[in-house]
Design a protein around this ligand. Structure first.
Ligand code: SF4
Length: 381
């Protein structure tokens, strides 16, 4: 299949999650909503069910969720609840609600109160200290709870062999996405920022084996092409989610390519693989313990500003000239970390801009002006 045809398929999936949900249900699959961040999706896959990513929506408005949420909740969390309340997610057989930030913690209870008569809400609390033995034990207890709840929905035990197989499928998928991200940089004349986002976003609405097969085919086609002779600029994107095609069109229109990303919805979720041998539940806990360089995760060595340096290095190593930070409104973790990121970028002499965004934004005029001006500054360097 051609690059164009493959990208078109991914774009259609990314634009129509509900259509995907309906199709999987029609094929007899049970579907589980998976909210951000770091839920062990492998367990859902191992149970023979379809994990459905829930990262808000660019198309919906918050109405019903207002009854449950304080106005200072981020739009991602509010829109997840909105989609549960307004019937968009009625076909789901359950939802996993991780609680990694101060918004998701109360939100998990809002969802439980609002939805528990309609569908099982599977609570998941990751450990703050994820690396010591007691953190791993805590994580294991939590993951055992998620597994038990999924077994209730499935009606039978999830076997170790099934989890081991899921880990292999997910490792392969993460590797293919990491490779795609690199190829999209090398071939930024072929894969524009809108298409890059759509290819990565589609992974949340397809079974990972089906998705990976298509993505590997796309990677093979891209590898056969000569590297782009790019005469625009390149940036690294950072933030929680950068998937709005209208916003990404601003990049495309101004010849701004995305060299790499430090975006939670994209690279942050696929950096670390799980061990394919040994106890598979322990392997998933260890995988979470090995996650790093994320504002959402506790860093015992935070005084060293390792994350800031990691992001600064990412800009340099990817060949980008600057960084565009998309700051989700009311996202405390990202806002509190910003001074440290700024310090590392300033120290490394990396130009950046910070743009406030949320999923209710429909007018990107201000962002477009800022990106255009930033592109001009970078291209003049
Ligand atoms: S955007 Fe920020 S506040 Fe909202 S769920 Fe994510 S980490 Fe929490």
């Amino acid at each position: 299949m051609s690059i164009e045809a493959l990208v078109k398929e991914f774009s259609a999936v990314a634009a129509n999650p509900h259509g995907q949900l309906k199709a999987y249900k029609a094929a007899g699959k049970k579907c589980i909503g998976v909210m951000p961040y770091y839920a062990p999706e492998e367990l859902v896959y191992a149970a023979g069910m379809m994990p459905f990513g829930m990262w808000g929506s660019n198309k919906k408005n918050i109405a019903k969720a207002k009854e449950y949420c304080a106005t200072f909740y981020c739009t991602i969390a509010q829109l997840d609840l909105e989609m549960l309340l307004d019937g968009t997610c009625d076909l789901l057989d359950g939802v996993i609600t991780p609680t990694i930030c101060d918004t998701l913690r109360p939100m998990s209870q809002n969802i439980r109160v609002a939805m528990s008569e309609k569908l099982p809400c599977i609570f998941l609390a990751h450990p703050q200290f994820r690396r010591p033995a007691f953190g791993l034990k805590f994580c294991r207890d939590q993951y055992d709870h998620v597994k038990t709840e999924l077994e209730k929905i499935r009606g039978s035990e999830i076997k170790d062999e099934e989890i081991r197989n899921a880990i292999k499928v997910y490792n392969k998928s993460r590797a293919a996405r990491r490779e795609f991200i690199k190829l999209a940089n090398v071939h930024c004349d072929v894969i524009d920022p809108i298409q890059r986002s759509a290819v990565l976003k589609a992974s949340y609405f397809m079974l990972k084996d089906e998705y990976t097969e298509k993505l590997e085919a796309l990677n093979t086609e891209l590898k056969a092409l000569p590297a782009a002779k790019w005469n625009g600029v390149k940036v690294v994107t950072s933030g929680i989610i950068v998937d709005n095609p209208v916003l990404l069109k601003v990049f495309k229109d101004n010849n701004v390519a995305i060299a790499a990303d430090d975006v939670a919805h994209e690279s942050r979720m696929i950096r670390v693989d799980a061990d394919e041998t040994g106890d598979p539940m322990d392997a998933l806990c260890k995988q979470f313990a090995d996650q790093d360089y994320d504002v959402l995760l506790y860093d015992e060595e935070s005084e060293k500003n390792r994350r800031g340096e990691y992001v600064a290095n990412l800009v340099k190593e990817s060949g980008a000239q600057g960084l565009v930070l998309f700051m989700q409104q009311f996202c405390d973790p990202e806002e509190m970390e910003f001074p440290y990121l700024k310090k590392a970028l300033d120290a490394a002499g990396i130009p950046f801009i910070k743009l406030g965004v949320d999923q209710q934004m429909r007018d990107f005029g201000q962002a477009a002006t800022a990106i255009q001006a930033f592109a001009d500054v970078l291209s003049a360097q």
